[in-house]
Design a protein around this ligand. Structure first.
Ligand code: ADE
Ligand code: ZN
Length: 326
């Protein structure tokens, strides 16, 4: 029957996951108490009741507000540990994890505190959870290009722990071309590049991510389907798209999961992966996304296996690391 869970979960990589988006209400209140931070919600239920969004910006407002509870390196270690424990249960074997340094430095938390705290959890993840990891430093696209450059320079002492740079936050009005210089700098430093594009923004932002930023993967990218020439390019070059089905429903990119373009993307020959984005906010972790698309989109076992295999193909693991996991 369609409602039966995929059990055990398919082994997979998660390639689109904001670590700050894994902050569950329980941990948020615990950290708030510990750090003496007052939250504008009476309790966990009141916070959960605020998880109703009419688009990306309404989500981002809450996402940034709740980060106020993250203050010490230990807080970031706990946050990452909680994610990794959940990820293991969801079949994750490899995770490429976004973080938003500017959302923390703006509150007076040094970038070193964030990276050291996260690294403590990630360094022991292979042993503790059987999960290898990479870190992706994201620039906030609604902040200035100058601030992105300053952020990259402040991260230079830690670049041995960073695999790639990314671009996230409010998309419309903040095209990838705004960040040409910082992405060039990152590539010169030997980093890979990804960018959110085509979530709420138009196909032209996906073109810019490819041609101006030179990204190796496109995060979301679902609006590429509005441009046949773009779809042909993405398919021909097998540029991975990290799609987040439950996120797209919660943030009203699609009306209902049954309307999600994922099957059309697979049919078009795109290298699509399935990911959770901000699972504490969007109603599920990565295997929950797999189960939801199985049920609401009627995807068969073969297609789910393709999506899981794609996640390793699209990862930044080298060929040997990839082959060991597929
Ligand atoms: N930051 C966290 N989640 C995001 C998303 N889905 N789009 C853009 N920025 C984000
Ligand atoms: Zn995202």
């Amino acid at each position: 029957p369609l409602t039966e869970p995929t059990s055990p979960p398919l082994p997979k990589a998660e390639l689109h996951l904001h670590i700050e988006g894994t902050l569950e209400p329980g941990l948020a209140f615990e950290l708030a108490r510990r750090n003496g931070v007052e939250l504008p919600f009476a309790d966990e239920d009141a916070l959960r009741a605020a998880y109703s969004f009419d688009g990306l910006q309404s989500f981002l407002d809450l996402y940034y507000a709740l980060m106020a509870v993250l203050r010490t390196a230990d807080d970031f270690t706990e946050l990452a540990d909680a994610y990794l424990a959940r990820a293991r249960q969801q079949g994750v074997r490899h995770a490429e994890i976004f973080f938003d340094p500017q959302a923390h430095t703006a509150r007076g938390v040094p970038i070193g505190t964030v990276i050291e705290g996260l690294s403590r959890a990630l360094d022991r993840a292979p042993e503790t959870y059987g999960i290898s990891t990479r870190l992706i430093l994201c620039f906030l696209r609604d902040a200035s290009a100058e601030e992105a450059l300053e952020t990259f320079d402040s991260a230079r002492p830690y670049l041995d722990r960073i695999t790639a740079v990314g671009l996230d936050s409010a998309e419309v009005g903040n095209p990838p071309s705004k960040f040409r210089e910082v992405f060039a700098r990152a590539r010169n430093a030997g980093l890979r590049c990804v960018a959110h594009a085509g979530e709420e923004g138009p196909p032209s932002y996906v073109w810019e991510a490819l041609d101006v930023l030179g990204v190796d993967r496109v995060d979301h990218g679902v609006r590429c389907l509005e441009d046949d020439t773009l779809v042909a390019r993405l398919a021909a070059e097998q540029i991975p798209l990290t799609v987040c089905p439950l996120s797209n429903v919660t943030l009203r990119v699609v009306d209902r999961l049954a309307d999600h373009p994922l099957p059309a993307m697979l049919d078009a020959g795109l290298l699509v992966t399935v990911n959770s984005d901000d699972p504490a906010y969007f109603g599920g972790y990565v295997d929950d996304n797999f189960r939801a698309i199985r049920e609401d989109l009627g995807l068969g076992e073969e297609q789910l296996r393709t999506l899981a295999r794609n996640s390793f193909r699209a990862s930044f693991l080298d060929a040997a690391g990839r082959d060991a996991l597929i």
